[in-house]
Design a protein. Structure first.
Length: 75
């Protein structure tokens, strides 16, 4: 069986992947009957559902048009 890389445990709490894991764990504990679809690194075992693909395509199309582009606001 694969084991976790010890360096993963050294990542600071604000790093993206540990923060996502923390939030997923909090949600899972609060919602024990929920089925969570994890799309994290190395965790994808099934194809993306149609709803995900459709939403991603729509988001990409919006970003490709000046009228619907969503960028950073002025600083």
């Amino acid at each position: 069986m694969a084991t976790i890389n010890d360096n993963y445990l050294k990542l600071k709490a604000g790093y993206l992947f540990p923060e996502i894991a923390r939030r997923v764990n909090v949600f899972a504990e609060a919602n024990p009957d929920a089925q969570i679809i994890k799309l994290g690194i190395g965790d994808v075992t099934e194809p993306l559902p149609e709803a995900c693909r459709t939403a991603m395509i729509q988001a990409v199309e919006e970003m490709g048009d000046r009228a619907t582009f969503k960028g950073y606001g002025p600083e």
